[in-house]
Design a protein. Structure first.
Length: 154
């Protein structure tokens, strides 16, 4: 197994905090992988370790798939407090803890629910604005950016 260091960059506006529009928050994260994404998913994640989010407006809908603004799906591992990227790789350092629909210990991000084409979906959003975030893997870094896109409701 191989460990590497990564950083998350969150750009956003939070009322009542020291962050302002355009400022960046860098957090160092670890990435652990054994080279085979199937083994990562089976051995490290396991379906019982995936966070499941329930729509507060429709308790019959729950999912572990969380979409970003581009429709890319990420998941969250509750045992390692990590984010699972679309390629099955796990990025972690305890940053992505889950408490209900809140993500991270600082509650900077949350899971919000909407619909697209009549299908209920979960989205990673910024807690202060409720807008859908852009989650990107760039040069082995997970980066989360603010957007102005509201949660789809169609």
């Amino acid at each position: 197994m191989q460990d590497k260091r990564f950083s998350v960059v969150a750009i956003g506006f939070l009322v009542g905090t020291t962050l302002s529009l355009g400022s960046a928050c860098n957090v160092t994260m670890d990435r652990t992988a054994d080279g085979d994404t199937t083994d990562v998913m089976d051995d490290m994640i396991g379906t019982s370790s995936l966070a499941v989010f329930t729509d507060p407006d429709d308790a019959t809908f729950s999912t572990s798939d969380v979409r970003d603004v581009d429709g890319e799906v990420v998941q969250f591992n509750t045992e390692t407090s990590s984010i699972i990227w679309t390629d099955g790789m796990t990025y972690q350092d305890g940053l992505w803890s889950v408490s209900g629909n809140l993500l991270t210990d600082t509650a900077f991000f949350q899971v919000s629910f909407g619909s697209e084409g009549g299908e209920r979906r979960a989205y990673i959003t910024e807690s202060s604005t409720g807008t859908v975030c852009d989650v990107t893997l760039f040069d082995d870094d997970i980066r989360v950016f603010q957007t102005s896109t509201p949660v789809p409701q169609n």
